[in-house]
Design a protein around this ligand. Structure first.
Ligand SMILES: Cc1cc2nc3c(=O)[nH]c(=O)nc-3n(C[C@H](O)[C@H](O)[C@H](O)COP(=O)(O)O)c2cc1C
Length: 173
């Protein structure tokens, strides 16, 4: 049982959630975490389960313009945010567009602000839709992990992500 977790992250929160999901999935089998900039679309075939996640930007998956905005915000003198090395891109949207038709199990997650999803939007919904159109079978409903307005993970979200990763991997074992 091999799980690949591909994530995009501007400030590290989705990265932290991806690592937590991997800790959970690793209780069921092997789990590998890769930032989207280093994820080779061909590698997907070698895994039993592919979990894909990114931050919610403007109600959905990031775009080149929103990633640029995120990096510029971190570069401001008074910013408490630090951009991840690959923050400028490519994003999950681009990576999924480069993926050939695939089969097997997949799941989608995102990070987003801790407000009702109708207000914030959810990148995971769009990720799941693209995964399904590529031919994957969805092993779980799209899941969101929450940050506050200062971009800190809400207490308990890493633990919840670990449980989610374990449950999704166990479900397809
Ligand atoms: C340009 C931009 C647009 C954003 N738009 C939304 C949004 O529409 N809904 C939301 O819940 N959060 C939004 N956020 C907050 C991000 O979801 C949050 O920064 C992200 O979850 C942090 O994860 P990361 O550190 O992995 O990038 C936005 C952030 C940026 C930088």
């Amino acid at each position: 049982m091999r799980t690949l977790i591909v994530y995009e992250s501007m400030y590290g929160r989705t990265h932290e959630i991806a690592e937590a999901i991997a800790r959970g999935a690793a209780q069921v089998g092997d789990a590998t975490t890769v930032p989207v900039a280093q994820a080779n679309p061909q590698d997907v075939q070698a895994y039993d389960l592919v979990i894909v996640g990114g931050p919610t930007h403007v109600h959905g998956m990031s775009r080149e313009s929103t990633r640029r905005g995120a990096v510029e915000a971190a570069e401001k003198e008074d910013s408490a945010l630090t951009a991840e090395p690959d923050a400028a891109g490519p994003g999950i949207r681009d990576w999924l567009d480069d993926l050939a038709r695939a089969e097997g199990a997949a799941a989608a997650f995102d990070t987003r602000i801790d407000k009702p999803a109708i207000v914030t939007g959810r990148a995971s919904k769009g990720i799941a839709k693209k995964l399904r159109h590529l031919g994957f079978t969805l092993a779980a409903d799209p899941e969101s992990f929450l940050v506050d307005t200062d971009t800190n993970l809400i207490d308990g979200e890493e633990a919840r992500a670990e449980q989610w990763g374990k449950a999704v991997a166990a479900g397809i074992r």
